[in-house]
Ligand binder design. Structure first.
Ligand SMILES: Nc1ncnc2c1ncn2[C@@H]1O[C@H](COP(=O)(O)OP(=O)(O)O)[C@@H](O)[C@H]1O
Ligand SMILES: [Mg+2]
Length: 255
């Protein structure tokens, strides 16, 4: 197995001497290539902080983060932006599609910023669009397509630079249950058929039940870990609820 993400003794402390918050408190775990992993935990347990550290958006206090064996802790500011564009994909809660660009242009944005060859970009878009079933809407604008198609566009955009790792912070947080299921099914397809490695933060047991493995955070540490294995999604869902009961608190209801 190939490790795509390795977190080693990560700490992130906010505040000063008189008022400190240990948002991430000596956290270690890794994600293998092709895994779809969820991070669950109550509000304030450190999920967003963790994702921001992995995204190179936030500095860490100590510890190491390796992405595809490259330690990203000491990257200079200029290097981090490039590293992010070339190695990471993001699925945002509100999808962040630009209304004045076509679906195709939205998907291509990161490649255009990377100044890749036009023919290569075109080929790559067609390939991803075909795999996600949105070839027919590439010339349309976001307001001309359905919610589900917008989601697929956002997923295509996250995949377009062939990222080592896709990060999603509460991607279903603002969606109704039907839209949530569609997005999760698309993410599942990305993982199963396109071998995308995905790390998703979620409060929601239904969302997490689509993943292969779940890490539960409490006070910036791993409290528990469960693996789906051969279980059905329904069985896994029930197992998640059991862990959440153990974990206590507001995981289910918090946003
Ligand atoms: N910029 C910040 N300054 C100070 N404290 C912060 C900051 N961001 C997060 N925290 C604190 O760190 C802890 C973890 O927050 P966060 O990572 O946002 O949790 P989650 O995403 O699981 O709700 C919380 O106690 C929060 O108040
Ligand atoms: Mg959060």
């Amino acid at each position: 197995m190939e490790k795509i993400l390795e977190i080693k003794n990560l700490k992130k402390i906010y505040g000063n001497k008189n008022n400190i918050t240990k948002a991430i408190n000596d956290l270690s775990f890794s994600v293998e290539k092709g895994e779809f992993v969820a991070i669950m935990g109550a509000s304030g347990s450190g999920k967003t902080t963790l994702l921001n550290c992995i995204s190179t958006i936030d500095d860490v206090t100590s510890g190491n983060i390796l992405i595809d064996n490259k330690n990203i802790i000491n990257l200079k500011e200029k290097e981090t932006a490039k590293f992010r564009r070339e190695n990471l994909g993001f699925i945002f809660q509100d999808f962040n599609l630009l209304d004045t660009l076509t679906i195709e242009e939205n998907i291509a944005l990161s490649l255009i910023i990377n100044k890749q060859d036009y023919h290569e970009v075109d080929k790559r878009i067609k390939d991803i669009a075909k795999k996600l079933g949105i070839e027919g809407i590439l010339k349309k604008y976001p307001y001309e397509v359905s919610g589900g198609q917008k989601q697929r566009c956002a997923c295509a955009r996250a995949l377009i630079n062939n990222p080592k790792l896709i990060l999603a912070d509460e991607p279903t947080g603002a969606l109704d249950s039907k839209s949530s299921r569609m997005l999760l099914e698309t993410m599942d397809e990305m993982n199963e058929n396109l071998n995308a490695t995905i790390l998703m933060v979620t409060h929601d047991a239904f969302s997490a039940s689509f993943c292969g493995r779940i890490l539960f955070l409490k006070d910036g540490k791993i409290f528990n870990e469960i693996v789906k294995g051969d279980k059905s999604r329904k069985e896994f869902f029930n197992e998640i609820l059991d862990v959440l009961t153990l974990l206590g608190g507001d995981v289910q209801n918090a946003r």
